[in-house]
Design a protein around this ligand. Structure first.
Ligand SMILES: [Fe+2]
Length: 417
């Protein structure tokens, strides 16, 4: 099952059918799905109960607690079960607000909007999701983005997050949790009153791949076998060896957590992030597509090179647990496991811009090192990061960060010596 060409533009649907047939003949997928569904229903009930009592369901810790080694085993257990966490005050509020203004000026003074109109249509990664394209800006190298990525407090936070994983693997540690490589991503600035720009629930890091890729099959082996107590979402083995279908905006780096840093205050009313706070809900998604009501060559909403969608129609038992994050302040950060289903609210009913810089955690490993080296050349030239649509807005932007803006830590993280 390893001969599929992930980089072909013509992904063979036949291959889906073969993979499904093999998985279904080796496993009692109906019984396993039923068992998994029961587990999910009980977790969803727990989430609903907390919500009914006005308790938050997204765990949170302070950067201060990370810095001073004051994170409790209960905190860690919560984060591991929920697959997500808010880390407060990684940056001072004033610092984040200054960055927000500076980023706005960077986009305005370089006439981003005019240039974006000319280049529209280059990025259709989210094209088939229900809501329209979000208000995300294809800039990677503004000074605020580079400063936030290379900050010491960010490095401490990522070290803590990476160490939540068990890196043991057959061929030696899957990654080095203590050394981070930068994954340059974009920025979101969502206008108040916006009602069109959202993202339907989805997960990144692979769609078809989660079923057909040999490394993913190893990762999810115990799910297919119905051994849910054996499945540990935090076991890193094989995670850096998955191959993703080549497409704009599918991450070539392995990320222990996706994440962003808030530059403005934003909460449930502001068209911001929604999370399904169950780290192992992937079991439900995988097994759902193997049930008899799904055609042989389909996997519910999976499409090659697109985010993997999750819907009320196909995933009703878990869908209702999707929860908007509690209000975050400028300088707070939000993090979620690569298997965690997430969305961006379709309506922004607040009064101010909801702005974030996307910064995930991508520890050192061969896969990430290879990408970091490609990315460094794009940084120096001011091009879009290699994973994203080659819009290259910043090539002639004034005020773009350069190698001179990198600290020693920043250089190491960018694989620039
Ligand atoms: Fe996403």
């Amino acid at each position: 099952m390893s001969n599929v060409d992930f980089n072909s533009t013509d992904f063979p649907e036949q291959f889906i059918a073969q993979t499904k047939k093999a998985l279904k003949s080796n496993n009692d997928v109906a019984a396993h799905f039923s068992k998994c569904r029961d587990i999910m229903l009980s977790l969803v009930e727990g989430i609903n109960n907390r919500k009914a009592n006005n308790q938050s369901v997204i765990p949170e810790v302070s950067y201060r607690a990370i810095k001073h080694n004051e994170i409790t085993p209960e905190d860690i257990a919560q984060i591991r079960q929920r697959g997500c966490v808010i880390v407060r005050n990684v940056f001072e509020r004033q610092q984040a607000e200054d960055w927000n203004s500076e980023l706005g000026e960077y986009l305005d003074s370089n006439q981003y909007y005019n240039k974006a109109k000319e280049k529209a249509g280059l990025d259709n990664y989210f094209g088939d999701l229900k809501d329209a394209r979000p208000q995300i800006f294809g800039v990677y190298w503004s000074r605020p983005q580079v400063m936030a990525r290379q900050a010491e407090s960010m490095a401490d936070t990522k070290r803590f997050l990476n160490n939540l994983w068990d890196t043991d693997a057959p061929a030696g540690p899957e990654f080095n949790p203590d050394i981070e490589l930068t994954y340059a991503d974009r920025t979101r600035r969502r206008a108040p009153g916006d009602t069109t720009l959202g993202l339907s629930p989805h997960m990144d890091a692979g769609s078809y791949e989660r079923w057909v890729d040999p490394a993913y099959q190893q990762i999810y082996k115990s799910i297919y076998a119905g051994q849910f107590d054996q499945y540990d979402p935090w076991r890193a083995a094989y995670r850096t060896q998955t191959r993703e279908y080549d497409s704009p905006a599918v991450s070539s780096m392995f990320r222990t957590f996706q994440g962003w840093t808030a530059l403005t205050e934003q909460g449930p009313n502001d068209g911001t992030l929604q999370l399904l706070p169950i780290a192992n809900a992937i079991g439900y998604v995988l097994l759902r597509s193997l049930q008899d009501d799904i055609p042989d060559n389909e996997l519910c909403l999976a499409k090659p090179g697109r985010a993997l969608g999750v819907s009320q129609e196909w995933h009703p038992d878990i869908y209702e647990a999707i929860t908007t994050i509690q209000t975050v302040a400028p300088g707070d950060t939000v993090w979620w496991h690569p298997d965690v289903i997430h969305a961006v609210g379709s309506e922004h009913n607040g009064d101010d811009f909801a702005s974030v810089i996307y910064i995930g955690a991508s520890p050192a490993c061969a896969k990430n090192e290879a990408y970091a080296q490609k990315q460094a050349a794009h940084f120096i030239a001011g091009k879009s990061a290699p994973d994203f649509a080659a819009e290259d807005y910043e090539v002639d932007f004034k005020g773009r960060a350069t190698v001179d803006d990198l600290t020693e830590l920043g250089k190491r993280q960018m694989s620039i010596s």
